[in-house]
Design a protein around this ligand. Structure first.
Ligand code: CA
Length: 515
């Protein structure tokens, strides 16, 4: 009884006071213990032992991670993990983007350790987290009921929004578009009205860093482009698993977007311009509208110092043809990214304690903000970035990745406080607008297959998906006609196994979420 009381007092005081990091209470082992790690993500195809966050974690826990990443010469994490699995020798820790399917498939066969008992016995912060969020525990459990990975858990609700040049609307005497027809009229005016005033018809009315954000616009015709924050994902419609690219709203949306593309309302280079599209088209005063992240997109209003009147701000989702206003994208509470313990790890207890460290108040600050006293200081119980981060003028998230913070191939719980500090007034204003309108919709958190379901998925899904994406792009670019092709397309999808995949997903979904 006395022991319990003491423990709860300790936990409470840790949560509310400034952590006294130097007292050694976070030490996991007396002597430094090296654990090998495979860490692969397109932003960092290997684990960097010099990351300040790794160095700080070493100092506090005495656990030293040693890079043992396979496939660092590719930026494709799937390829890398396949190489690793084929090598037959797993390191102590495996962290990668899209680890969920890998561990759910190979964990029950012994390649990864089940974490439930380890967490119950040795990881008080993780245990407390999962007790508070049983939905997350259900979503990351494999078909055998065990958890095999600790995910990256995003914080905050809002992700992307519709953005438009408010100053261009003003110049052309237009209001914010409220409907699909009004969006089209505005994009036509951007194309024809020379809102950048250079006498050239050079404006790019709708652009996107990710071409999937063009497909996103099918929501304006009541279609869907994804059921989660992962592109092309399945979605749940009243308990039924469906795929967006087999729906009639999608068909109608693609038909219209094909016309928009042909009429020059969409960036002609939308499929090839890539991640620099936003930077280039905004700083050159060419881009009119997009669908992108609140914080980073709002940041472009700094261009008002170079481009007279520049105002690129969020606006409410336009009403679809049936009058629905939805924002399809939101932050998902769990990502399929994170890390796991290799099945032959000789130190599972130390490793789960290390995983738990990142969920302690101290570890959570380090993984979110960097090193205390260097990258942030504690003010009124909150980690506040120093000028070392905010004073550089560089994107904060890129700086954090370079420190080894905010790495999505690590299991950690993001703190939205990290982002609000560099969200400018326009982002906060836009978030308030979306909050008021309540435009977000429920997300599909994914399923864990049993072996039979997995076999069906593996057999059919990759080729079905490839076919869907090929047809999608061909239609937009003007090859074939979606309406004329639709029945044959649906028959092809059935022949290729889409309905078998949907049945497998439905069976997994019903088991996992009690549908
Ligand atoms: Ca122009």
């Amino acid at each position: 009884m006395r022991h319990l009381t003491l423990a709860s007092v300790l936990l409470t005081s840790m949560a509310v006071t400034t952590p006294a990091i130097a007292d050694g209470h976070l030490m996991i082992v007396d002597e430094p213990l090296e654990l090998t790690i495979h860490m692969h993500h397109k932003r960092y195809p290997s684990y960097n032992e010099d990351w300040p966050v790794e160095q700080e974690a070493r100092r506090l826990t005495n656990i030293h991670l040693k890079n043992a990443t396979v496939g660092s010469n590719t930026d494709n994490s799937g390829e890398a993990i396949n190489l690793l699995l084929a090598s037959g020798k797993l390191p102590d820790i495996i962290g990668t983007s899209r680890i969920k399917d890998v561990v759910n498939q190979y964990g029950p066969q012994g390649a990864f350790m089940p974490l439930n008992d380890l967490i119950d016995e040795h990881a008080p912060h993780l245990k407390a987290f999962f007790e508070k969020r049983p939905d997350i525990k259900a979503a990351i459990s494999a078909a055998d009921g065990n958890m095999y990975y600790i995910p990256y858990l995003p914080d905050g609700k809002y992700g992307r929004a519709y953005f438009i040049r408010y100053d261009w609307l003003d110049k052309l005497g237009l209001e914010l578009p409220q409907s699909v027809d009004e969006v089209k009229a505005v994009l036509e005016a951007f194309r024809d009205g020379d809102p950048n005033g250079n006498g050239l018809k050079d404006e790019v009315p709708y652009f996107a860093r990710q071409w999937e954000e063009l497909i996103r616009l099918v929501t304006l015709w009541d279609g869907r482009s994804s059921g989660s924050d992962t592109y092309h994902d399945f979605y749940v419609d009243s308990g039924q698993i469906k795929h967006p690219y087999a729906g009639e709203g999608y068909r109608d949306g693609i038909k219209n977007l094909t016309e928009w593309y042909a009429e020059g309302l969409i960036d002609p280079e939308v499929f090839t311009r890539g991640s620099s599209a936003r930077e280039y088209l905004l700083s050159e005063d060419l881009g009119g509208m997009t669908h992108d992240w609140f914080a980073s997109t709002s940041g472009y209003n700094r261009l008002s110092s170079e481009i007279e009147g520049f105002a690129f701000k969020a606006f409410a989702p336009p009403a679809s043809i049936s009058g629905q206003r939805i924002e399809e994208h939101r932050r998902i509470p769990i990502k399929p990214d994170g890390w796991a313990i290799g099945g032959t790890n000789k130190h599972p207890v130390e490793t789960i304690k290390y995983f738990d460290f990142w969920f302690s108040p101290e570890g959570r600050n380090i993984v979110n903000f960097g090193v205390e006293g260097v990258h942030w200081t504690m003010e009124d119980g909150k980690a506040i970035f120093t000028d070392a981060i905010l004073g550089t003028g560089r994107p904060v998230n890129s700086q954090l990745y370079e420190l080894g913070a905010q790495l999505h191939a690590r299991g950690y719980f993001q703190d939205y406080g990290y982002e609000i500090q560099w969200s400018n007034e326009f982002a906060l204003e836009g978030i308030a607008l979306y909050d008021e309108g309540d435009y977000l919709i429920d997300q599909f958190l994914g399923v864990a297959f049993n072996e039979d379901e997995q076999a069906v998925y593996d057999k059919y899904w990759p080729s079905v998906r490839t076919y869907m994406l090929e047809r999608q792009q061909a239609w937009i670019l003007g090859t074939g006609e979606v309406e004329a092709d639709w029945d044959a397309y649906m028959a092809d999808l059935d022949k290729m196994g889409l309905n078998d995949v949907l049945a497998a997903m439905q069976s997994a979904y019903n088991r996992q979420y009690g549908g």
